[in-house]
Each structure stands twice: as C-alpha cells, then as structure tokens.
Design a protein around this ligand. Structure first.
Ligand SMILES: Nc1nc2c(ncn2[C@@H]2O[C@H](COP(=O)(O)OP(=O)(O)OP(=O)(O)O)[C@@H](O)[C@H]2O)c(=O)[nH]1
Ligand SMILES: [Zn+2]
Length: 334
C-alpha cells in the first residue's frame, strides 16, 4: 500500500517536510495507532498535545524511533460536534473525510430534521454528503423514503439499500476508491456496522467494542479508520446519539438556500419570520411556495447553531470579527 492510497497528497507532503508520516487509524484512551503505508505503528502523544486534539483520519509526523508524534498536519476537513453535555465545546469526530455517508433506515429512524442537521454539518466542512437509506428490504414500509430524502436538498443525493446485500453495497464503490475517505454517521442501530463490515469484508473482528456506558446501554465505542475492499477508507463513528450543531452556520445557509434568499424581502431587517407583517417567508408559506414545517426546522436549527457557536466563541467567529477570511473557505474550492 502506498501513502497516496492512504489519502496522502501534495498538501500534506509540503507540511511534512520529509519527516515520517502516519495516518491515525485508532484513538483509544490508552493507545493511538497509525498507518504508514507499510506498517501499523503505535504512537505517543508529546507533552502539550491532548488526546482530544487528534482524531481518526488525521495525518501526523512522528519520530520512528520513539513513536512520538511531532505534529498534526493541517486538515483538509474536520468533522466535529458539540461535546456530550456541553454543546459549546467541540469534540472532534473525524479528519480528512471526503464523503459523509449519512445513514438512516427506512423506518421510525427516518427523520427529515436530523437529515438536514447532518447535511448542514457536511456542507459546513466541505465534505460531500450522501444519504444512505438502509433496510430498504423491509416489506412493511410503504412510505417513499428515497423520494423524500432526495427531495431534501439539491446538494445531496440519496441511495436506498439493503446493507446485507453485497450488490447493493457495491454501489458505494465510487466513494471508497484508493486515496478516498468516507465516514459513516447516523443513529445507533441504523446499520453503520453492517455497512462497515460489508465494505471492509470483515466479520466479527471489526465488530467494534461494545461497552456498558453510564446509562447501562450498549453502544459501540470503537472509532476507527478501516480499509475497504475497494482500496479506499471508511471511518465509523458509532454511538453518536446526539448531534449538537455548532459553527455550522454556512452549512445551514446552504441546505436552506431557497429560504435564505427570501430574507432580504422581509419588511423588517431583523425579521424572525414568525409573526411580523411583511414577512417574505410567511408570505411564501401562505402562497404554498414554502413548506411551513421545513421553515420551522430551519429556524430551530439556526437558533441552535447560533447559541452553541456564540457560547463557544469559535476561532472562526474570532477571525470573522477581525475581518479575516476563515481558512476553511479557501479549502472548499479544491
Ligand atoms: N433487513 C435489514 N437489516 C439491517 C440492514 N442494515 C442493518 N440491519 C440490521 O440492523 C441491526 C443494527 O445494525 P448495525 O449495523 O449494528 O447498526 P449500527 O448503526 O452500527 O449501530 P451502533 O453500532 O449502535 O451505532 C442489525 O441487526 C443489522 O443486521 C438492512 O439494510 N436490512
Ligand atoms: Zn420574515
């Protein structure tokens, strides 16, 4: 396997300046592992680098003698969420992800608001979203889930599949070719492990570690970078029960671009689109051009993002306040 097949590119090579590099494959409380293309290595954190500052998918330079990490290379993309119990503190989920596989199933898990949340997350970090609807083989479900998911946003496509079916899974091959990285997100029980096992050809070995969490629930806690049979990479992010948005304002604007475009037509510049006279959004709802439920989901998502982002006072906001262009914007254009 080559470094290029692991996703290493000229942007990382330039930063590494010839030092030994590894891609982080596993982050556990007591062990960090990486892949170098030829080896799997055990890595140590230097003083000053905290476990929560690195994540699966990261590229690092390290000392091959000691295994000590020297530096974490600037990420192309990074997925994060509000930490459990404290939404304003960011928790890293995965780095250098090209495609976000947003997994839901054709049953009670299917939830438009949650899908919009994940779409906003994908857009805000510049990863390509793909909605995967599992359990499409369930005969008890007459609802047109695929149609509803495809209708959510022109930014995202959706596929319906049976995660146990090899031919269905083979349709995901274009997103997991050598050098490419996809990450699975979605609620517990929707089929992420089934997709991971199917695409990596692994059985019980990569079944993840099930541990009792504090609430006595069983959740897969292993988060890892695994190679698929197509040569590319897949990151599972199990046990993500909640997804608190922070710092995804850009993504929300893109997912609801049609509504955002109407805002300048509101009579009041600080219109909340809830009761004001002359509101262009309410007018669009009345005229049947906008869906009231979708407008409500948009306002709720935006309020949540603003709250979490403001309390955290992110680096990006600071940059914005200082009149600088956030670095992330530039990267999206590649
Ligand atoms: N019939 C059918 N069953 C599926 C499908 N996908 C997953 N399942 C089943 O649904 C259950 C949950 O699937 P998992 O793959 O463990 O779900 P998960 O998303 O990894 O769940 P966590 O590890 O808790 O995050 C298992 O019993 C799977 O066999 C599908 O497409 N069709
Ligand atoms: Zn308005």
């Amino acid at each position: 396997m080559t470094l290029a097949a692991l996703g290493f590119g000229p942007d990382f090579a330039e930063q590494a300046e010839g030092a030994s590099v590894a891609r982080i494959s596993d982050v556990h409380r007591d062990e960090v592992r990486g892949l170098t293309g030829s080896d799997q290595v055990s890595l140590l954190l230097p003083n000053g680098l905290k476990l929560r500052q690195i994540t699966v998918g990261d590229w690092v330079t390290f000392d091959p003698e000691s295994g000590l990490i020297a530096r974490v290379l600037d990420r192309r993309t990074v997925l994060k969420r509000g930490a459990a119990g404290n939404a304003a503190r960011a928790q890293l989920i995965a780095a250098n992800v090209d495609t976000l596989f947003i997994v839901t199933s054709c049953n009670h898990d299917f939830n438009l608001a949650r899908l919009e949340r994940y779409l906003a997350l994908a857009q805000s970090v510049g990863t390509t979203p793909l909605i995967l609807l599992t359990k499409a083989d369930d005969p008890a479900e007459p609802r047109n889930y695929l149609g509803e998911a495809q209708g959510l946003s022109p930014l995202a496509d959706a596929l319906a599949l049976n995660a146990h079916d090899a031919d269905d899974l083979a349709r995901l091959a274009p997103w997991v070719q050598p050098g490419m990285t996809a990450a699975l997100v979605g609620s517990s029980g929707v089929g992420k492990s089934t997709i991971l096992n199917g695409l990596t050809g692994a059985g019980a070995i990569t079944q993840g570690i099930r541990e009792d969490d504090s609430r006595g629930r069983h959740t897969t806690t292993a988060r890892a970078l695994r190679q698929t049979t197509h040569g590319g990479w897949l990151i599972d992010t199990p046990g993500m029960r909640s997804l608190a948005l922070r710092d995804t304002g850009d993504g929300i604007e893109q997912v609801f671009a049609d509504l955002v475009a109407l805002e300048p037509d509101c009579h009041f510049s600080d219109c909340t689109h809830q009761h004001e006279p002359g509101c262009a959004i309410l007018a669009a709802v009345d005229a049947g051009q906008a869906d009231a439920a979708r407008v409500a989901r948009w306002l709720k998502l935006r309020a949540e993002d603003q709250l979490n982002t403001a309390t955290g006072f992110s680096a990006r906001q600071k940059q914005k306040a200082a009149g600088q262009r956030p670095a992330r914007k530039k990267k999206k254009k590649r």
